[in-house]
Design a protein around this ligand. Structure first.
Ligand code: HEM
Length: 126
């Protein structure tokens, strides 16, 4: 994957379109409404995240697993399926097919690792 395949400038609109769908989804909207107050900041962090994942820009600094572990009780297999379905629709719509496939595969692997971590999580010592 290089700049010719996926342009940095595409990431922010892609992320915004995805979360527009998320906010209109009955299952996912409440999870995000509870956790995200500054959508501009969330979009920026997610654009940085995908820039780091797909273009190895190193722009994202954060710990998504820790954040998702905190949401463990509401992150059911059904919510993951829905999240991935909306991601599929949005990437198919907004980037070339081979890029969409790569972004979908990445998301699926990360979702799988979150779900494994949630399933096998240990209580954190106080
Ligand atoms: C069931 C599916 C998912 C739900 C409901 C969900 C929900 C959330 C929520 C509510 C936040 C905000 C957390 C906070 O700021 O306190 C968040 C952040 C984030 N999520 Fe997810 N997520 C899901 C799957 C994924 C997947 C599959 C990925 C990666 C491909 C991902 C990547 C991220 C990233 C990078 C952040 C930002 C972390 C930061 O602010 O540094 N999420 N997610």
């Amino acid at each position: 994957m290089d700049d010719a395949d996926l342009e940095e400038a595409t990431l922010r609109p892609l992320v915004e379109r995805f979360y527009e769908r998320v906010r209109n989804d009955k299952l996912l909207a409440p999870v995000f409404a509870e956790a995200v107050s500054d959508w501009g900041d969330h979009h920026r962090r997610l654009a940085d995240f995908w820039s780091s994942v797909m273009l190895t820009s190193g722009r994202y600094k954060g710990n998504p697993l820790a954040l998702h572990l905190r949401l463990a009780d509401v992150l059911t297999p059904e919510t993951f399926e829905r999240w991935l379905a909306l991601w599929r629709t949005t990437t198919d719509e907004m980037v070339p097919p081979h890029v969409a496939r790569a972004m979908q595969a990445k998301a699926a692997r990360i979702a799988e690792s979150f779900q494994l971590a949630i399933r096998y999580r240990r209580p954190v010592a106080a």
